[in-house]
Design a protein around this ligand. Structure first.
Ligand SMILES: NC(=O)c1ccc[n+]([C@@H]2O[C@H](COP(=O)([O-])OP(=O)(O)OC[C@H]3O[C@@H](n4cnc5c(N)ncnc54)[C@H](OP(=O)(O)O)[C@@H]3O)[C@@H](O)[C@H]2O)c1
Length: 275
């Protein structure tokens, strides 16, 4: 069988790194990218082709896509994985921070899709896999802007699925719950939390406790498990439109479907002690 080719963004750690490794092990030709190519040495030694690509800089996307065009002539898959989480108190989050969030998670993904579509069209079975999140279905306190970015990824995935159907390019969204990667650390570093002033103190303390307790420790997926799910999405003859991983993700979708908004709010406010 012909060797299949994938481009992955954000391959320096977590899900992107695990996906790149897994695809190389499965015999794929992998173009693994991150902002700093120095962070891709391990993947290079495994046989991946590694390049610097910052999804916020069109010229870096063009450079990589031109190389793939010259070397390969087509692409079978694009895995839009690069992203980070902007969390914190809505009232304190500036336009500048919001722009950075959307610039990476939404516009970055859009740029990569736009630029790679001509190469995907050259494949017999082109696939776009967007790494969304359960935050693309459920929006939680302190997480509004991250959810905005992932709701947008869901919207893009839904539109493109139909828009590209006649071109035989499949679009799939992966919605992980909590995954053990650098994501938490990067998120905590960028978190927007005001000095204690009595207004948000309870919400911040209890929401953070909830995230740390229930989301972080209890049942985090390993990046390798997400990588295997991505592989399923890439190889299933008839892939699902969305794949979810972790019990948290599946449970959240279920209760969101089951309960009226106000019931869900009330349960969350009580459980997390938001007031
Ligand atoms: N971890 C979770 O709990 C979780 C849950 C649901 C969804 N997700 C999603 O999964 C994806 C991967 O996250 P992760 O958990 O693997 O976190 P991670 O370990 O922090 O990896 C994030 C990756 O994105 C890259 N990145 C960030 N900004 C970039 C930019 N402007 N251009 C190119 N690459 C950039 C980082 O590369 P460099 O910084 O080295 O350039 C890194 O390789 C994200 O889209 C995230 O939203 C994560």
């Amino acid at each position: 069988m012909k060797q299949r080719t994938a481009l992955i963004t954000g391959s320096s750690s977590g899900i992107g790194l695990a996906a790149a490794k897994y695809l190389v092990q499965q015999g794929w030709k992998v173009y693994a990218t991150a902002r700093n190519a120095e962070n891709l040495k391990d993947l290079e030694s495994m046989g991946a082709f590694t390049y610097a690509l910052d999804v916020t800089l069109q010229e870096t996307i063009d450079a990589v896509v031109n190389r793939i065009q010259e070397e390969n002539g087509h692409l079978d898959a694009v895995i839009n994985n690069a992203g980070f989480g902007l969390f914190g108190v809505f009232e304190y989050i500036s336009d500048d921070m919001i722009q950075k969030q959307l610039e990476t998670n939404v516009l970055g993904l859009a740029r990569v899709i736009r630029t790679t579509l001509p190469l995907l069209r050259q494949s017999e079975d082109g696939r776009i896999v967007n790494i969304s999140s359960i935050a693309g279905i459920v929006s939680l306190p302190l997480g509004a802007w991250y959810s905005v970015s992932k709701f947008a990824v869901e919207a893009i995935s839904d539109s493109l699925r139909m828009e590209l159907a006649s071109q035989h390019i499949k679009v799939i969204s992966i919605q992980p719950g909590p995954v053990a990667s650098n994501f938490g650390q990067v998120t905590r570093k960028k978190m927007v939390i005001p000095e204690p002033d009595g207004v948000y103190d309870t919400v911040i303390k209890n929401a953070m406790n909830f995230f740390n307790r229930d989301f972080q420790k209890k049942e985090r997926a390993k990046p390798e498990e997400v990588a295997q799910l991505i592989y399923r999405a890439l190889t299933a003859k008839k892939p699902k439109t969305r794949y979810r991983i972790t019990t948290t993700a599946r449970f959240m979708v279920f209760i969101k479907w089951l309960l009226p908004d106000k019931w869900l709010d009330a349960i969350f406010i009580k459980q997390v002690k938001l007031k």
